[in-house]
Design a protein around this ligand. Structure first.
Ligand code: COA
Length: 161
């Protein structure tokens, strides 16, 4: 699946490049972001680069989020585990730097990526989110995601496209 660039109302989603990795690493390690992920350990630039190479090898779609009129990277979003035969993929690695949160950037990025997934022939997305991540769960529930399974720490949600 391709990873096109999108110009939206308030953000641009740009295909992630190797040069973006220091900003992504910093964003992922920021307090308020890092501890929201299942693996809350700090990442390094080297581990971020290894992760990026693996994603590219596996055909994941990775985007950086920039406010519409800037080149500043304020977050990221992705589709991974893309299974064209099963018409499904995992949505994830959504993050926005704390000082840029509550501007509607994640909502717009999510809508754009869901639209692209549908256009590309997928009919189903899945994600995992920590049960204590109320902001993210509210975002997903308000955009039509449904909880499939709740475990002790994490829930699986799905969205038909
Ligand atoms: C979750 C996250 C991506 C939301 O980013 P954002 O750009 O601030 O989100 P938006 O401004 O688009 O808000 C969308 C909706 O999310 C919910 N939401 C976001 N932040 C919230 C908060 N602090 N408290 C309650 N609800 C919140 C609301 O439903 C909001 O809609 P509303 O503004 O109409 O009420 C951001 O908080 C983040 O990066 N968190 C850390 C990483 C993370 O949790 N990623 C998701 C892993 S599954």
């Amino acid at each position: 699946m391709e990873t096109p660039n999108f110009l939206g109302g308030n953000i641009r989603l740009l295909q992630m490049r190797e040069r973006d990795l220091p900003a992504i690493c910093e964003c992922r390690n920021t307090g308020g972001v890092r501890e929201r992920f299942m693996d809350a350990e700090e990442v390094t630039e080297e581990s971020t680069r290894q992760w990026f190479e693996k994603c590219i090898e596996e055909g994941d779609c990775l985007w950086v989020i920039c406010p519409r009129d800037t080149e500043n990277i304020v977050g990221m979003v992705s589709l991974y585990g893309i299974d064209v035969a099963e018409s499904m993929a995992q949505f994830g690695r959504l993050m926005v730097l704390p000082e840029f949160q509550r501007f509607g950037y994640a909502r717009e990025a999510l809508a754009t990526v869901m639209g692209w997934a549908k256009y590309s022939g997928l009919d189903h997305l899945m994600l995992e989110v920590r049960n204590d991540n109320r902001p993210a769960i509210l975002l997903y529930e308000s955009t039509g995601w449904e909880t499939e399974v709740i475990e002790e720490e994490v829930r699986v949600m799905s969205r038909s496209l």
